[in-house]
Design a protein around this ligand. Structure first.
Ligand code: AMP
Ligand code: ZN
Length: 444
């Protein structure tokens, strides 16, 4: 069957055929293990899990590598705040990540390389970059010289001049060019020993970008099929990965397809740790929402469009899956229906794939959903565990809260009225008071 994916590098939807016949090689940037994954992180993992399942259905062999970044400034900072050794933090958070992603029925990648286990490969790559005139040591650091690579900016469409004028990069005086980025950084005096490594440039640790270049080359070679990650990684992370990998050895082509998932947003803003607007996967699961419902909520929109998170998504996902759970076991299951695969093969069009289910025979629809990691429970189990009303939101719930707020306002109980408004906002509902005293509402 034909597969087409949007390639960020060429800005076109292109036919996909593996470089090595019958064997797809895919690398996806994995988590930095310093905190529990949020729903934005989960969107990325779930999207590439769908891609992995599709590729595995179409080709005899898929090697899917997703790294664990277990050395990073954010990790050092979190370990210090918690007063615990770095290795204790990274091991615990890695366990949380695996548990939460398993709850969303994400398959385990073929290889999950940990950055700290590949320091020699990173050092070797940095040495090659220095020897070839693409990197230099300065003030205990090793930096990549962006001006040495004429293709720099090709993926993200950014120009070096814009980098300077935009001043989005730190401009330390040891850098030859403000856009030069760190390959190796020196250890600080009080750094935990498990984040300090020996190198030809003294004790220190690798930069984040070199990790992915070294690990992808180790497991997938110098030219592989797909590199994925969230669209926040396009610049600088992926741009820098390309520069490093292509400059370390002559003739390296690196990844052929660059695929980026869109952001999960809250009220239009990217869900992120730094903005503090995040909900962890565990927060949602702890409320009693089933993993499959979260998975479906994340896949009902196309992977490369922004997806705004609100309670209605969970409600819709639960309703839809409930319809199909009623069909489980009705007839013997079949192969994955071609119409479903065709929609996925058209740049992972999950909304179209799900829409196609409604015109299929029940056994076909069940086979399609099982293939994509749904309908993993028995119907009895599914119907016994309804998502609690405070996690999902339906119109009746919203109207009841609005009525309670109006009653509170009439009673001049402003604190209670504010409480009801907050409850609504927390569930992704915008309350709009009209001049005539009535109240309107909408999904945020
Ligand atoms: P991090 O642990 O922050 O490096 O992120 C791990 C992965 O999650 C990366 O591929 C990010 O691009 C992705 N990611 C982080 N936040 C979001 C978000 N709000 N929406 C979609 N993907 C995200
Ligand atoms: Zn990466």
């Amino acid at each position: 069957m034909e597969l087409k994916f949007y390639n960020t590098l060429t800005r076109k939807k292109e036919f996909f055929v593996p470089i090595e016949p019958g064997h797809v090689r895919m690398y996806v940037c994995g988590p930095t293990v310093y905190d529990r994954p949020h729903l934005g992180n989960a969107r990325s993992v779930v999207v590439y899990d769908v891609l992995y399942r599709l590729l595995a259905e179409c080709f005899p062999r898929v090697t899917y590598a997703r790294n664990i970044t277990d050395v990073d400034d954010k990790i050092n900072a979190a370990a210090k705040t918690n007063g615990e050794p770095i290795s204790a933090l990274t091991t615990r958070v890695e366990g949380w990540f695996h548990a939460d992603m398993a709850a969303l029925n994400c398959a385990v990648p073929t290889i999950e390389p940990r950055a700290t286990k590949h320091i020699p490969q990173m050092i070797a790559m940095i040495e090659k970059l220095i020897a070839r005139g693409h990197a230099y040591a300065a003030d205990g650091h090793v930096l990549f010289a962006v001006e040495s690579y004429s293709e720099y900016g090709r993926l993200s469409g950014r120009k070096l001049e814009d980098l300077i004028s935009g001043a989005r990069v730190e401009v330390e005086d040891y850098k030859r060019h403000p856009g030069d980025f760190v390959l190796w950084k020196p250890a600080l005096a009080n750094d935990d020993a498990s984040s300090v490594f020996d190198s030809p440039w003294g004790k220190g640790r690798p930069g984040w970008h070199i990790e992915c270049s070294a690990m992808s080359s180790e497991y997938l070679g110098d030219y592989f099929d797909i590199h994925g990650g969230g669209s926040d990684l396009m610049f600088p992370h992926h741009e820098n990965e390309i520069a490093q990998s292509c400059c370390a050895k002559p003739g390296v082509q690196f990844a052929r397809f660059w695929i980026h998932n869109g952001f999960l947003t809250v009220g239009g803003e990217k869900m992120s740790k730094s903005l503090g607007n995040f909900t962890t996967v565990k927060d949602v699961l702890d409320k009693g929402v089933k993993g499959e419902v979260v998975r479906m909520a994340l896949l009902m929109s196309k992977y490369n469009e922004p997806l705004d998170w609100n309670g209605k998504l969970l409600h819709d996902a639960e309703l839809m899956l409930g319809k199909f759970y009623k069909m489980v076991g009705a007839e013997a299951e079949e192969d994955v229906p071609q119409a479903f695969l065709d929609a996925l093969g058209d740049d992972l069009n999950t909304p179209r794939a799900f829409a196609a289910l409604y015109s299929m025979a029940p056994a076909e629809a069940v086979a399609a959903l099982k293939f994509l990691g749904f309908l993993q429970m028995s119907p009895a189990e599914w119907f016994a565990k309804e998502t609690p009303a405070d996690a999902k939101v339906d119109e009746a719930w919203v109207l009841a809260k609005i009525a309670a707020r109006i009653d509170a306002k009439i009673a001049k109980d402003w604190a209670a009225a504010d409480g009801f408004r907050k409850e609504l906002t927390d569930h992704g509902i915008v309350v709009k008071d009209r001049p005539d005293g009535t109240t309107d509402w909408d999904w945020a």
